[in-house]
Design a binder for this molecule. Structure first.
Ligand code: GFB
Length: 334
């Protein structure tokens, strides 16, 4: 049975509303006139805590859940802290999805990740490649947790007729991203590294540097990645929610990407230009490359009428402006 239509007074719980994705979704919901948003902060609600999660659902009774809460990080954080990545994400997914179902939530959107696909799957990655081969080692623990979340949604859909939808976003970036160099993803790391080197601020070890000092990046620069601005993902979330896409996707999965990728070296040159750094780029080959390519096939979401709007060049410029206004003015090492 089709879920009831969403309206601007629907009670929408955005789990993870202060993160990169959750804050973008919250901005988009507000801009579209949704008035009844349930936005507990992490301090108010720890979704790893089952009793607290149950109490939130019992009290707030949301109609719609957008599950954007997760422990996320770049290649290094995933490699260093696999237990925390699988443990925290399994707990958050289990509690949120189960309590949503228990309290009769008809619409739920779960944020998966493009890293759920096999390391060497054919490109571009289609939704049906899930579980067809071994995963990339650097983020296997995180990927298994995300696959479990997809499977929770799918199992509920098949057994109990819900229409919970799992979105597979590609590598995301945008305002409010994590710019901490050991845990961040590549794009914010590059913006910060080029910015601080341009100004001649001390390097990560605190050593003095002249302006336009060389920048050291990780791996070989040859892996290919696809990048999507978080505001584009937020538009996709609203489009799918308002169009009730869950009822039209039998396996409950949909990729969200921009449809093209580039090498990390090409990305580095683009970011370097946007920042105005004129120095050398060095590659630290002791750091992992990760999966050789991760490009999503987005024909499903395109057929549902969504397409991205923010080009990578513009998105990089916008994110650099945000960084300057918020973190990077004095180049502080927070
Ligand atoms: O974004 P990133 O950390 O994660 O790294 P993944 C992408 C590529 O950029 C890798 C290279 O080949 C890195 O070696 N890279 C170069 C750097 N310089 C840097 C740098 O200074 N910092 C970082 N972080 N990377 C993550 C997964 O994989 O992608 C997560 O670990 C998640 O689970 C996320 O799926 C979307 O794209 O390799």
């Amino acid at each position: 049975m089709e879920a009831p239509p969403i309206s601007t007074s629907s009670r929408i719980f955005v789990a993870g509303s202060t993160g990169l994705v959750g804050s973008a979704v919250t901005r988009a919901l507000r801009a579209r006139g949704y008035t009844t948003l349930i936005l507990p902060t992490h301090a108010q609600l720890d979704l790893k805590d089952q009793a607290a999660t149950r109490a939130l659902f019992a009290y707030e009774r949301p109609d719609v859940v957008i599950l954007a809460a997760a422990r996320v990080g770049g290649i290094w954080a995933n490699w260093e802290y696999p237990f925390e990545f699988i443990q925290d994400n399994l707990a958050v997914e289990m509690n949120t999805i189960s309590e949503a179902f228990r309290t009769g939530v008809r619409r739920l959107l779960f944020m998966g990740s493009s890293c759920i696909y096999p390391k060497l799957a054919p490109q571009p990655l289609k939704e049906e490649y899930l579980l067809t081969g071994p995963l990339e080692e650097t983020n296997r623990a995180y990927a298994v947790a995300k696959i479990a979340g997809i499977e929770l949604c799918r199992s509920l859909n098949r057994e109990y007729g819900t229409q919970y939808l799992s979105l597979m976003p590609t590598n995301l970036y945008g305002p409010g991203d994590n710019f901490e160099l050991t845990t961040s993803h590549v794009l914010p790391a590059l913006l910060r590294k080029f910015h601080e080197a341009k100004l001649g601020l001390p390097n990560e070890n605190g050593d003095a540097r002249p302006p336009h000092a060389p920048v050291t990046l990780w791996g070989t620069g040859t892996p290919r990645r696809e990048f999507l601005h978080a505001d584009d993902l937020a538009e996709a979330v609203l489009h799918l929610l308002e169009g009730n896409a869950g009822s039209r996707l039998p396996d409950g999965m949909v990729n969200i990407g921009c449809g093209s990728d580039l090498t990390i070296r090409e990305l580095a040159e683009m970011v370097q230009k946007a920042v105005g750094h004129k120095g050398e780029i060095l590659w630290d080959r002791s750091k992992p490359d990760g999966t050789p390519q991760k490009l999503l096939d987005i024909s499903r979401v395109k057929a549902l009428g969504w397409a991205p709007k923010i080009s990578l060049e513009r998105g990089v410029r916008m994110t650099y402006e945000w960084y300057l206004a918020n973190n990077g003015r004095l180049g502080d090492r927070s």
